[in-house]
Write a protein that binds this ligand. Structure first.
Ligand code: SAH
Ligand code: SF4
Length: 441
């Protein structure tokens, strides 16, 4: 009998990248591989990469370098590198030179080819395939890992927005929406295998279906997903502020499974920086959306992404961003130092901001947001929230964890049998990041 083969998948970056990693892992399962976390005993290691910031790239390059030792110990080990880093124009050659121990290179547009590439590498040959364009029909038949409580579902691919700092449109291609019937069917299949919560993914879900005839938009899709029996919750990311419609807010207000959480990336609070970023909204417009959400959905939570140190950002511009933290009342903000991405317009802008200034601004922004998060959680004390029980807490396996509809994590004591169900919790303790609750009968 042939020996069992093991695969380890390491993935970096956003949820779409995670979703791609799941597809690759599922392909290897069909090829007879068992999924493990044990690098030492792996027969195949997949590194699914991200290139959104230089820090991500450096970390991944370090990891790929480390894998060389494993390959020296076990020459039969196959190493496959996939994803956005490989897809960057001109990157493949540079990466191949830097990491000759890698067996398979592939971009973001040819995931469906993975089993073929694996077989091609059986002879020991080095294999590299990066497509310039996506393959429409192949990407609309994705594979998903079965039996998970929560799953990510792509509703669209790519991005047409070309924010001046961002590499994503260059490595993920133009925006294209999946057909509603394919999405609904995928979710029904997931639910049949035990999934209770789906997160609908797109770089800008608010422009979903913009080319559909007859018209059918993201709010229409949410209404349909809300009707799927036995599904308990629906989440979605990301909402570009310029395309968030009143209809969407109203649909969420009317829905039953549609969670009242908006990830609404601000990027900057300064109008001149927003214009240089090509974000296509002003701070006033952004705030008008926040107001609409608060009016119709007072219980909604907001999270955001912010970049500090974009080229030309003055102290005054940065102050405008700080002011937005107090106005947005975010439950969480993902904050980043601007990182030059070659091939994007911002990379060649003058007035690049020195690293120490960026660091200082980041620190200030983070401490302000920590205080905001703390206050927000303090206001939850004594109140009851619906929580989907996810499983044992990572930091304290004797306890359970789950998330509120607003996507805030709560830790609590309870029996294993309630994993996968909705419960009501009263909040007993609150810190900046953690909430402790108790089950309410
Ligand atoms: N499509 C999403 C974002 C995808 S990238 C959206 O538009 O909201 C995730 C986040 O990474 C962005 O929101 C931005 O805050 C950050 N980011 C993207 N490019 C960056 C860069 N060059 N430097 C620093 N942060 C960046
Ligand atoms: Fe990047 Fe802007 Fe597209 Fe988001 S909307 S992926 S930040 S270009």
């Amino acid at each position: 009998m042939s020996k069992e083969k093991n695969v380890v998948t390491l993935t970096y970056g956003c949820q779409m990248s995670e979703r791609d990693a799941e597809t690759l892992t599922e392909i290897t399962r069909q090829e007879g591989y068992n999924r493990t976390d044990d690098l030492e005993h792996a027969d195949l290691i997949i590194v699914n990469t991200c290139c959104v910031r230089e820090s991500a790239e450096n970390k991944i390059l370090g990891k790929i370098g480390d894998l060389k030792k494993l390959k020296e110990k076990n020459p039969n080990l196959k190493i496959a590198i996939s994803g956005c880093m490989v897809q960057q124009p001109g990157a493949l050659e540079r990466l191949q030179k830097r990491a000759p121990h890698v067996d398979i290179w592939m971009g973001t547009h040819n995931l469906h080819e993975f089993s073929e590439l694996l077989h091609r590498s059986d002879t020991g040959a080095k294999v590299a395939e990066v497509w310039q364009e996506p393959h429409e029909t192949k990407e609309s038949t994705p594979l998903a890992e079965k039996g998970k409580l929560q799953a990510n579902v792509n509703i669209m691919y790519g991005c047409d927005n070309f924010c001046s700092y961002c590499i994503v449109p260059h490595v993920r291609g133009r925006e294209r929406s999946r057909k509603p019937e394919d999405i609904i069917q995928e979710i029904k299949n997931l639910v049949a295998s035990g999934c209770k919560e789906v997160t609908l993914l797109g770089q800008n879900v608010n422009s979903y279906g913009k080319d559909f005839d007859p018209p059918y938009d993201f709010a229409d899709l949410l209404q349909e997903v809300d009707q799927i029996p036995e599904l308990l919750r629906v989440r979605f990311i990301t909402s570009h502020p310029k395309d968030l419609s009143d209809k969407l807010i109203q649909t969420i207000a009317k829905g039953s499974k549609l969670c009242e959480h908006f990830h609404l990336p601000l990027q900057s609070g300064s109008n001149s920086i927003l214009a240089c970023m090509n974000r296509q909204y002003t701070r006033e417009y952004y705030l008008s959306i926040v107001e609409k959400i608060r009016e119709l959905l007072p219980q909604a939570t907001l999270t955001t992404d912010i970049i500090v140190g974009f080229p030309g950002e003055t102290e005054e511009d940065f102050e405008q961003t700080l002011l937005m933290i107090g106005l947005g009342h975010y439950s969480q903000a993902f904050t980043f130092m601007y990182s030059k991405r070659s091939g994007t317009p911002a990379a060649s802008m003058e007035e690049q901001i020195p690293l120490p200034v960026k660091k200082q601004r980041l620190q200030k922004l983070m401490s302000l947001q920590n205080e905001e998060s703390y206050q927000l959680r303090q206001r939850m004390l004594g109140k009851c929230y619906e929580v989907l029980v996810e499983g044992p807490s990572k930091t304290n396996p004797d306890r359970l964890t789950g998330r509120t509809r607003g996507n805030i994590l709560v830790v609590f004591d309870g029996p294993q049998e309630i994993i996968g169900s909705l419960v009501s919790l009263r909040i007993l303790e609150a810190g900046s990041w953690t909430l402790v609750g108790e089950l309410v009968e």
